[in-house]
Ligand binder design. Structure first.
Ligand code: BGP
Length: 468
């Protein structure tokens, strides 16, 4: 149970979920600002106050054996209007953050857009990445960052394109969200994949030092009854939406015929057409040799059964166990296989699914080069008792996932690191502050940090490279 030498034991964050200071220091707006304010459930300020407290968090990383940190740059802190004028305070902030990380030996793995595309791209009729000019703006922003932040050697373009599409156009619980618009969901993913590909080529052509990839939320899809052909078809369709569309774009440089056929069928059910142009495919193909790494965020899996009926999805954003529903026309219904545990937010805990997923990437996409598990962890209602947080279920969750990762490495998959989601407690987009993930508990009133039992457990794994 020994991890290979050089394996990164990291912790993960995202700008909007930790920084706070969302409307200060020259930062431009993002759609979540008004969306959350109108909802009135919870605020992204001050979140974990990382903008001011990052030295404390980096110090905790160092003391707990954590040698990598996922952070993201808030695009609108650099370009408040998405393009054009630069905010020097934002640029200086990230230089200071990266220097603090590097000096502490906590290597930064940096995402350019983690769910916070600037508001500017939603004005004057813009629809974010559905509007193709946003693709070029992203590439310009990426090129600026590559040239400016040369102290960063590990880049990811986007975080979780399938989750972005799901929140925006399937579940519809994100800003500007609509429900059941599979046409828009596939189009959004496609346009973002083209933006990714163009940024990857720009990184290569610019001769920048380091590696670049993309982070995706990949989720194994299983038929409830593997002997039932209709259930298998439901799982296949769900797999196209969540996994195959983006994996084909990244590692084939085009969509396989059956992937495209499934996407087109679902787009038609939603009443739309897909706009996939020859020049887009040329851009995906051009990036093929330069995708250095794939970030896999993994939390859960889905079991599907075939079913007829109307769309019906309900997101459990409160931790009220059993309140989710997921029924998608043309796909089927999500259900729980007997005996498989779930979290209070109805996320299915199925660690061996990660093994299946990793082996599948190796077998179906043999030109992948390297995988990082860029997020894994358990949302949990921690109990805080006199400064002590006994989060045994989270430890168990991480231990099981790490064990399956080791097995996958044994099976020949090149996995180079693991980042716990999350480093410290933070703000969750659609669930607020009671869904905690951190190794470090935050009292959001005082912003004090307290290591949980999981932090001590993880320290031991990180420092010894041994899973016990
Ligand atoms: C991933 C995102 C993170 C984070 C995490 C936990 O999809 O990359 O930003 O939020 O999921 O999800 P949630 O906060 O919805 O529980």
């Amino acid at each position: 149970m020994q991890f290979p030498d050089g394996f990164v034991f990291g912790g993960a964050t995202a700008a909007y979920q930790v920084e706070g200071e969302t409307r200060t220091h020259g930062k431009g707006k993002v759609p979540w600002d008004d969306f959350l304010a109108a909802q009135g459930r919870f605020s992204p300020d001050p979140a974990s106050d990382f903008y001011n407290k990052y030295p404390v968090d980096i110090d905790l990383c160092q003391r707990f054996g954590i040698n990598g940190i996922r952070v993201s740059i808030a695009w609108s802190r650099i370009f408040p209007n998405g393009t054009g004028e630069i905010n020097p305070e934002g640029v200086a902030f990230y230089h200071e953050l990266f220097a603090t990380c590097n000096n502490a030996g906590v290597i930064p793995y940096v995402t350019l857009d983690h769910f916070d595309t600037p508001e500017a791209f939603y004005q004057n009729g813009g629809e974010g990445f559905l509007t193709r000019t946003t693709i070029d703006a992203f590439v310009e922003y990426a090129k600026f960052c590559f040239a400016e932040f040369t102290e960063v050697k590990h880049w990811f373009t986007f975080n979780e394109i399938p989750a972005t599409a799901e929140g925006s156009f399937i579940v519809g619980n994100w800003p500007h969200g609509e429900k059941y618009r599979l046409d828009k969901a596939f189009q959004l993913m496609h346009n973002m994949m083209v933006a990714h590909a163009k940024a990857v080529v720009a990184f290569h052509e610019g001769g920048f030092e380091g590696e670049i990839g993309i982070v995706q939320n990949l989720e194994p899809k299983y038929p409830l009854d593997p002997n039932n052909a209709a259930d298998c078809e439901a799982a296949r369709m769900a797999d196209v939406i969540n996994n195959r569309w983006v994996l084909d774009a990244t590692f084939r440089g085009h969509y396989a015929a059956d992937t495209m056929e499934a996407a087109t069928k679902l787009a038609h059910i939603a009443g739309g057409e897909l706009d996939v142009r020859d020049e887009d495919i040329a851009a995906l193909t051009a990036a093929l040799p330069y995708n250095d790494c794939l970030g896999v965020n993994t939390y859960k899996c889905q079991f599907l059964r075939a079913a007829e009926g109307e769309n019906d999805i309900n997101h459990n954003g409160t931790g009220d166990k059993g309140s989710s529903r997921w029924f998608l026309k043309g796909v089927g219904e999500a259900c729980v296989r007997e005996g498989v545990p779930t979290t209070d937010w109805d996320w299915i805990i199925y660690p061996e699914g990660l093994y299946d997923l990793l082996l599948r990437i190796k077998n179906d996409y043999p030109n992948y080069k390297k995988i990082y598990i860029t997020e894994n962890g358990m949302g949990y209602k921690d109990d805080f008792e006199d400064g002590f947080i006994d989060d045994a279920p989270r430890i168990d969750y991480m231990r099981q996932h790490l064990a399956w990762i080791l097995k996958a490495i044994d099976g020949g998959v090149n996995v180079d690191g693991y980042f716990v989601w999350s480093l410290q407690d933070q703000f969750s987009w659609t669930n607020g502050y009671n869904k905690r993930y951190g190794l470090f508990y935050i009292d959001f009133e005082t912003q004090e940090r307290y290591p949980k039992a999981s932090a001590y457990w993880y320290k031991n794994v990180a420092e010894t490279g041994l899973l016990m």
